[in-house]
Ligand binder design. Structure first.
Ligand code: NAD
Ligand code: UFG
Length: 333
């Protein structure tokens, strides 16, 4: 199929591009490069050994999207483009609604005009909010606790109404848990600008020596070892989940809301240990106060993805850390 990947030069989009291109699909990346670099295109070409098309632009530019989708005879869209920094969304909610919600509306308008009706949306476990029970299944109440999560939920609501209005739409809302790790080539991975806010890229930089120690946010949570627990998922597993979702949508219309996680939580200290094993040295940590807005623990019920898509995550926490560490080393050569 000819597939448009908005946000295609970003972290998850680029890994998904590899999986789709290697399976014989034609991928066209569309990105405004606000949080990625066009150097990724060349790296992807190196990995897959063929040309990858890239169009620079903003998803709010409906006319440009129509032109790009028409030129490339797009048949399906995977919509990764979005802003994802929780703290920034609290400080500037309008930015998040303009980019994430308005951007999605613009994209759907372009698709509607061209009668393209297969759509996968990057949603997030953050739509669930405070757990009423765990693991979160897909019918768990949704009550996000920040504007970033609100923007994801608003898009989900738009997609629900769209699917109800026209039975030809084939839509998957994929609720990602915590994507980490990198492609085995070491050519693409999670490469945030400045000091990383997330655990794994932070640990990579401690291992590389560019940051002195990890602050472990909270040591007295009601969890197995007192530190926060999350459902970390290897980004290549996540990428494969998109291909499985696309195969499913090709046979099933309607809206499908599905978790993509492993179903197994790991604590911050377990991640530190796994990373130490991967890099072969002890990593300094310091306990720090709990981070504002952090939940103690959450993880996915991952059964629906298996049932519908025939997909389950395959790669271990060790693999996630090894690949993240390899990427860090390749990147800083
Ligand atoms: P990323 O920042 O690496 O990738 C997003 C890409 O979208 C970037 O390349 C950015 O330049 C582009 N972009 C942003 N706004 C755009 C716009 N208006 N027009 C065109 N391009 C635009 O982030 P990621 O981790 O790859 O996340 C991809 C998607 O998955 C996002 O929608 C994010 O909210 C969602 N998600 C991510 C996580 C995570 O922890 N990484 C978890 C759950 C959901
Ligand atoms: N943590 C630390 N030290 C750090 C960074 C993180 O101890 O320097 C801890 C956190 O307190 C938490 C765990 O590591 O317990 C994971 O934190 P991350 O920042 O890596 O990830 P979050 O679970 O907070 O959130 C991430 C994304 C969100 C997304 C969510 C989806 O940042 O945007 O996963 O599940 F919505």
């Amino acid at each position: 199929m000819n597939i448009l990947l908005t946000g295609g030069t970003g972290y998850i989009g680029s890994h998904t591009a590899v999986v789709l291109a290697q399976a014989g699909h034609k991928v066209i990346l569309f990105d405004n490069l606000c949080n990625s670099s066009n150097e990724v295109v060349g790296r992807l070409e190196k990995i897959v050994g063929k040309k990858i098309d890239f169009a620079e632009g903003d998803v709010r530019d409906t006319a440009l999207l129509i032109e790009v989708m028409r030129t490339h005879q797009i048949e399906a869209v995977i919509h990764f483009a979005g802003l994802k920094a929780v703290g920034q969304s609290v400080a500037d909610p309008i930015l998040y609604f303009a980019n994430n919600v308005q951007g999605t509306i613009s994209l759907l308008q372009a698709m509607q005009q061209l009668q393209i009706k297969t759509f996968i949306f990057s949603s997030s476990a953050t739509v669930y909010g405070e757990p009423v029970y765990l693991p979160y299944d897909e019918v768990h109440p949704t009550k996000p606790i920040n504007p970033y999560g609100d923007s994801k939920l608003q898009v989900e609501i738009i997609l629900r109404d769209l699917a109800q209005s026209d039975a030809q739409w084939k839509i998957a809302c994929l609720r990602y848990f915590n994507p980490v790790g990198a492609h085995d080539s070491g050519l693409i991975g999670d490469d945030p600008n400045g000091i990383p806010g997330n655990l794994m890229p932070y640990l990579s930089r401690v291992a590389a020596g560019t940051l002195k120690y990890l602050n472990v946010f909270g040591k007295d949570y009601d969890t197995r070892d007192g530190t926060g627990e999350r459902d970390y998922i290897h980004v290549v597993d996540l990428a494969e989940g998109h291909m499985a979702a696309l195969d499913f949508l090709n046979k099933h219309a309607g809206l499908h809301v599905v978790n993509l996680g492993t179903g197994k939580p790991a604590s911050v200290l377990e991640c530190v240990r796994a990373f130490e094993k991967a890099c072969g040295k002890p990593l300094p940590i310091e306990f720090a106060p709990r981070r504002d807005g952090d939940l103690p623990i959450y993880y996915a019920k991952a059964d629906l993805a298996k049932q519908l898509f025939g997909w389950t995550a395959q790669r271990s926490l060790d693999k996630m850390c090894e690949s993240a560490w390899y990427f860090e080393q390749m990147h800083n050569k």
